[in-house]
Write a protein that binds this ligand. Structure first.
Ligand code: NAG
Ligand code: NAG
Ligand code: NAG
Ligand code: NAG
Length: 359
């Protein structure tokens, strides 16, 4: 016999399956070329049908380091996803410290890493490689390969988990101590309530369009860097240790439609710190409606020692507040934007949401 609440769950599940079918057939293949909030949550994956526990969603792979899931490691779960995957596969990661390198290759799009909404800080994928370390062949690992987690696939999602690199830079940026927690070069990704922990070069937001929504990002030097086009919305940015700069954007030509936009964020921690610097000549970094509860280094922004970039960088601030928002003493190549200038950066339109987000 089915009681009514169980019937409710079953009905909910069937309607989800029905939804997927409709979308699939509408597109004439089963690929769903957008990300929705469904891709970031696990709907109770077990159901009792006639007294038997059954998986209601065969697209969930459970990672449990204590052995009660489908895989002991996160990489083991990624390996179970077929090449050229065309459906969303949710990898549910149970709380624990997963000390491993994880690689999501370009051939495996539509993967979600999902933790427990209440235990993001206890669900950690961690590494401790730094740029000056040697790989097994004796070669330098380098910044790019230091990353604990590497995502090269499109349509990646993550929620309620922590990506960490435990290396701590000795002071304000030192060659060899670059140590990335997550690198993403896949296009179209959403990170929701994800924590990024590191020191120098925490988050390599390398390329593609990405949404970071209500995330926590910690570091000391250039800790949000790369050439992606990303919106950081309502994120907490935490500056630790002897810090140097928050963001380093790598746009190198005016033809590149890339940039970092921070909207409604909160910056706290140990100053003083530069808001951003020009890793590329056309570096583009905007802060809007952001609270700087931190001392900002005189000048506020840096051209990386190349004055020829001063006419080409786009460093903007719009309606920020807090002690660090006082623009007196800012370098002349940074700008207080007016409303019209700020508008393109203020919402998800910046990352072309109409093409891939229903969130
Ligand atoms: C990163 O590591 C891979 C695999 O070991 C290697 O083939 C590649 O050359 C490395 N890339 C860089 C930039 O060091
Ligand atoms: C803050 O940064 C200074 C150097 O800029 C360093 O000496 C100090 O230890 C840092 N404090 C904390 C709490 O990280
Ligand atoms: C900013 O700097 C001043 C002067 O050094 C210091 O007193 C204050 O505590 C700093 N504020 C923050 C939020 O670090
Ligand atoms: C901004 O800083 C300047 C220089 O320290 C100071 O004179 C000015 O009063 C500050 N403005 C605000 C609004 O705090």
């Amino acid at each position: 016999m089915m009681n009514s609440s169980r019937f409710g769950v079953l009905f909910f599940v069937l309607s989800l399956i029905w939804d997927e079918t409709k979308v699939g057939s509408a597109q004439n293949n089963n690929m769903r070329n957008y990300i929705t909030v469904d891709d970031l949550v696990i709907y109770s994956p077990w159901i009792r049908v006639r007294g038997v526990e059954r998986r209601i969603q065969d697209k969930v792979i459970v990672v449990d380091k204590n052995g009660r899931g489908d895989s002991l490691t996160v990489q083991g779960a990624v390996d179970m996803v077929p090449q050229q995957n065309t459906h969303r596969v949710k990898i549910q990661i149970l709380p624990g410290i997963y000390s491993e390198k994880v690689h999501v290759p370009a051939s495996k799009p539509y993967i979600s890493f999902i933790g427990d909404p209440k235990l993001a800080s206890q669900t950690v994928i961690t590494g401790h490689d730094k740029a000056s370390d040697r790989d097994i062949n004796g070669g330098l690992i380098g910044t790019w390969n230091s990353s604990s987690v590497i995502v090269e696939a499109d349509y990646f999602c993550a929620s309620y988990i922590t990506f960490q690199n435990t290396v701590v830079e000795p002071y304000g940026g030192l060659e060899g101590y670059q140590a990335v927690a997550l690198r993403i070069s896949g296009d179209k990704a959403v990170f929701h309530k994800v924590r990024f922990l590191g020191s120098q070069d925490t988050l390599l937001d390398e390329s593609g369009s990405h949404l970071f929504y209500r995330c926590f990002i910690q570091g000391a030097t250039d800790f949000i860097f790369g050439n992606a086009k990303s919106l950081y919305q309502e994120c907490a940015i935490s500056v630790v240790g002897p810090a140097f700069a928050i963001a380093a954007h790598h746009r190198n030509s005016e033809n590149e439609d890339t940039g970092f936009s921070f909207v409604n964020c909160k910056v706290t921690g140990n100053g003083s710190v530069f808001l951003g610097r020009a890793w590329g000549r056309y570096s583009r970094i905007i802060y809007a409606y952001t609270e700087f509860n931190i001392n900002v280094t005189v000048g506020g922004w840096q051209d990386w020692g190349s004055t020829s970039s001063d006419n080409t960088v786009v460093f903007g601030e719009y309606q920020c507040r807090g002690i660090g928002a006082n623009r007196s003493g800012r370098v002349p190549y940074s700008k207080e934007l007016n409303h019209i200038e700020a508008t393109p950066y203020l919402g998800r339109k910046f990352i072309n949401e109409e093409q891939w987000l229903r969130f």
